[in-house]
Ligand binder design. Structure first.
Ligand code: ZN
Length: 178
């Protein structure tokens, strides 16, 4: 097992769409183990293949002490209710913003053994599922922000990448880093 380098904002791989996994093999099981190590060492609660430069539709999660992987995940149903919570991302280090998402989602996919799984996700898990599937589609959480907040976020990101101090509100103590 190994901790993999996490791709950071500006890396073009983060804007690409990951492809479906045809057949789940031991290569994927090793990747999942490495991704879980990487997520834990970050630390974070979710990590998509895209974030470690692997353009296959795989993400890992660890929510309420339950860790796992979903391969070829598809959201088959969403709650009509939306919820706004502060969100961060391992690929956009140093910023966190309020993001509105469905409060619950029903997701289907495969686990790392290739078995079909179906998850009813609420709370933090619902947020993780939506955030990670976005990554697999080349979408970042800042894309969901209203224009003014997105401008602030991008300004903050470039200041951080240049090592400059920034006046934008820096998140402190947020825990939802995906
Ligand atoms: Zn992320």
């Amino acid at each position: 097992m190994a901790v993999l380098p996490i791709r950071i904002y500006g890396d073009p791989v983060l804007r690409q769409r990951a492809r479906e996994v045809d057949k789940v093999t031991k290569v994927h099981r090793r990747l999942v183990a490495d991704m879980i190590d990487t997520m834990r060492s970050a630390p974070g609660v979710g990590l998509a293949g895209t974030q470690v430069g692997v353009l296959e539709r795989i993400f890992v999660f660890e929510v309420e002490e339950e860790a796992g992987a979903l391969i070829n995940p598809v959201i088959v149903r969403r709650s009509p209710e939306q919820v706004t919570e502060e969100e961060g991302c391992l690929s956009l280090p140093g910023i966190a913003y309020d993001v509105q998402r469905s409060s619950a989602v029903w997701v289907e996919g495969l686990d790392e053994r290739g078995r079909a799984v179906s998850i009813e996700a609420g709370g933090l898990m619902a947020r993780v599922v939506q955030h990670e599937i976005d990554h697999l589609d080349g979408v970042l959480f800042v894309d969901h922000l209203p224009d003014d907040a997105r401008r602030d976020a991008l300004r903050e990101l470039s200041a951080i990448s240049l090592g400059l101090p920034s006046s934008a509100p820096r998140a402190a103590g947020f825990e939802e880093i995906l």
